[in-house]
Design a binder for this molecule. Structure first.
Ligand code: GLN
Ligand code: ZN
Length: 744
């Protein structure tokens, strides 16, 4: 009979209890014992849910006070020197200083770097290896959690990140792979300690096996796992996820491990080869429940496909979710915003546990056939790509640039901002009142108009060249459009951890997307009526809306993206029709959808870039299209960015060095159109000084010709206050004037 288990469970709590406790602790509102108690509550509920659902194991070690990768850094003593101070007396505060740069005790320091966990929207803390990094095991926290679960009567399966994935995720001088011989003894010792804590199985995660790995990394697996297997008194389940194993499949199954987990949602085609590669003593764990989405699983399909496997493998077949459930919301039962009829289609983490049990029973001999899912007829991704291939603006950039320059008459180095202005307490309060129906639509709109007028007035005084309306009407750049468009569903409690205590609530794409009415036109039109200077129309791009939502599973993502693009194209045309001639279409999440394997890049970019281009394919040549992106590693996607062919791109760059700009200015072509590298960091409350900004502009002019350079901050200003924004922008405008004067 098949067994069931999961790779991990969300740790935020069904009502984000952990978030509340963390934030209260950081603010000094509760003490450490209270925080510890809140954590222990969340853990025991998570374990209880697994046991109640009848899973064979309870997974332990997936809990973290901030991040699971950081847990491992602490466990192996990967603690940069700047965090040593005050550590002995308060280990948890040291942990928080590593994560956030500050904690209730100890001096503030620069926090660890944070980056995205594979292709998810979860951010982990990057291990920072020193030149002579030594490792030292301290597994006290993990062992305590194992004991805690055992004392509550659970059959515990601890989970740890494998040594190669851990090193791959870190940064240091040289290759972190060189550190493997020093790190391995810690893993050996850790496995010994877990075995003596009576762990029968240990799950060891090596998701990098789903990447295009350099040969030296592939070669390192076998010897490393020989070492671990020899020392381990527990059985080892090697877990992989997010991506097909392909050339690493044989390698994974040939390791001296007692079982392998594969992601059958991302790679259903690998179930058969995995069964074939399995040796007689190994267990195969198939992840068939999607750990990355909220839709119920087509269990009938898996009953059909796995029946022969279940017959062949018996209890060596394990059923699981594709990856840790960290990436899905916690419990549909806490969901109040959705109608029951909708809820029936969804499964949050707790419901996914039940799905596992249902499937397990459905694979027992003589089980009834599960009822089939109704199939949606849909166009294929190839159709979408074909439709997109032929839609683009008629004129090439040089021609467009000529007519745009005649129309707009902008000075050299035009100054602008990225879109949002401070979201003040008053604005938030007004929004809350409107939500709760305490004020009318009319009052709300009047308030938004006042905010817009104020934003325009301030920009006029500051002397910016291209204005924005300030986005006062938006709570969030994706949610706002999701709420206006048909086809989206908004949850009340569909929270997913993004980093630390930060959670996001992605909308769900639940049907065909269309635009019942204009979404931003009235605001942009009003803003433009207040100024003679151009006011940019401001939209979130189709790829970003898609990538920051839970997608449909019954049609290709490309098709939903095209539907969004069509809706946005209509919006762009409507903006143009009321006289908005500069329109920015933000794509900060373009990079997030990039497949982990290089082989998938071309297809993704074909439709993602195609959808962006589609949104502005009908505009007049003298309408200027801007786009904005905010992360710094563009190298891998430079070709795609060029292919967007926006007339102007504004990018984050204040925190990165000139290397980034080299990519944009590079001799090898670089970015052919206009570009506005953010000249100051909006994430910091510090007001940049004029002299500093002048210097920055001089640097930029060395790599970007003056006719192509725009001047703007890094990103939107909604998280800052008006005092900071006013002084910073004033300095930016003044610095630009100084440099302009030198140019003529
Ligand atoms: N226009 C958006 C803003 O200014 C862009 C936000 C973003 O890049 N994430 O807020
Ligand atoms: Zn940005």
């Amino acid at each position: 009979m098949a067994q069931t288990h999961i790779l991990g469970y969300p740790r935020i709590g069904a009502r984000r209890e952990l978030k509340r406790a963390q934030e209260a602790y950081w603010k000094g509102e509760i003490d450490q014992p209270a925080l510890l108690a809140a954590g222990s509550q969340v853990r025991s509920k998570n374990w209880q849910a697994q046991q109640a659902a009848g899973l064979a194991f309870t997974t332990v070690g997936d809990f973290a006070w901030y991040d699971q990768v950081l847990n491992h850094s602490l466990m192996f003593g990967v603690i940069p020197e700047r965090f040593e101070q005050g550590a002995a007396d308060n280990r948890l505060d040291q942990y928080f200083r590593l994560a956030r740069g500050r904690a209730p005790s100890g001096e503030p320091v620069a926090a660890s770097a944070m980056t995205k966990w594979f292709d998810t929207n979860y951010h982990y803390l990057v291990p920072e290896f020193s030149g002579d990094q030594q490792f030292q095991l301290n597994a006290e926290w993990l062992l305590a959690e194992v004991k805690e679960a055992q004392s509550l009567g659970h059959n515990v399966k601890p989970v740890i990140i494998g040594p190669l994935t851990y090193l791959w995720l870190g940064r240091g001088e040289g290759s972190s792979l060189d550190l493997l011989p020093r790190l391995l003894p810690c893993y050996v010792e850790l496995l010994k300690q877990l075995a003596s804590a009576a762990a029968q199985w240990v799950q060891i995660d090596e998701p990098i096996l789903g990447l295009d790995l350099p040969q030296v990394w592939r070669d390192a697996f076998a010897p490393a796992y020989e070492n671990l297997a020899k020392a381990s008194g527990s059985k080892l389940l090697l877990a992989t996820y997010f991506s097909p194993l392909r050339e690493n499949l044989e390698l994974a199954f040939a390791l001296p491990v007692d079982g392998v987990h594969i992601d059958a949602v991302r790679a259903p085609e690998e179930v058969a080869p995995a069964v074939a590669a399995l040796n007689k003593r190994q267990v195969l764990s198939v992840g068939v429940i999607n750990g990355r989405n909220v839709w119920r699983t087509d269990l009938a399909r898996w009953q059909r496909e796995l029946s022969p496997v279940a017959e062949q493998l018996g209890d060596r077949l394990w059923l699981s979710a594709s990856c840790s459930l960290l990436h899905t919301p916690v419990d549909l039962e806490t969901e109040t915003a959705l109608a029951d009829i909708r809820k029936q289609k969804f499964a949050y983490s707790r419901q996914k546990l039940d799905e596992l049990q249902t499937l397990k029973h459905a694979l027992e001999p003589g089980a009834k056939t599960l009822s089939a899912f109704s199939k949606t007829e849909s166009r294929s991704e190839a159709d979408v790509r074909e439709e997109l291939a032929s839609t683009w603006r008629a004129q090439a950039y040089p021609e467009r640039a000529a007519v745009q320059s005649t129309r707009w008459q902008l000075p050299l180095l035009p100054t602008t901002t990225i879109g949002s202005f401070p979201q003040t307490d008053v604005l938030r309060e007004v929004r809350r009142k409107f939500r709760n129906q305490e004020i009318s639509q009319q009052d709300y709109d009047a308030h938004l108009r006042a905010e817009i007028a104020e934003a325009i007035r301030r920009q006029e005084i500051l002397g910016l060249d291209v204005l924005v309306h300030g986005e006062a009407e938006r709570n969030d750049m994706v949610e706002y459009f999701g709420e206006q468009l048909d086809g989206f569903v908004h949850t009340g409690n569909g929270w997913v951890q993004s980093y630390g205590s930060r959670c996001v609530k992605p909308p769900i794409i639940a049907g065909d997307i269309s635009r019942p009415h204009a979404m931003t036109v009235q605001w942009s039109e009003y803003a433009q009526s207040l100024s003679k200077k151009p006011v940019k129309g401001m939209l979130t791009g189709p790829v970003t809306i898609l990538n920051w939502s839970f997608p449909r599973e019954d049609i290709p993502r490309a098709l939903s993206c095209l539907q969004i693009a069509k809706a946005l194209r209509d919006e762009v045309q409507d903006l143009e029709a009321v006289g908005i001639g500069i329109i920015q279409i933000d794509e900060p999440a373009l990079r997030e959808g990039v497949p982990l394997r290089e082989s998938g890049h071309k297809e993704y970019f074909d439709w993602a870039v195609g959808c962006f281009r589609y949104t502005c394919s009908q505009v007049r040549p003298d309408t200027q299209i801007h786009t904005h992106m905010c992360y710094s590693n563009f190298n891998a996607i430079m070709d795609a960015i060029v292919a967007l062919d926006a007339d102007v791109i504004t990018i984050e760059s204040a925190r990165s060095d000139l290397r980034l700009l080299q990519a944009f200015a590079g001799d090898g072509g670089g970015y052919p159109n206009e570009i506005g590298p953010g000249i100051y960091d909006i994430h910091s409350p510090n007001v940049p000084e004029r002299a500093e900004l002048v210097k920055r502009l001089h640097q930029l002019l060395k790599v970007i010709p003056a006719e192509k350079l725009w001047v703007n901050p890094d990103c939107g200003l909604k998280t800052r206050n008006w005092a900071e924004v006013g002084s910073a922008l004033l300095n930016m405008v003044e610095a630009t004037r100084t440099v302009r004067a030198e140019l003529v």
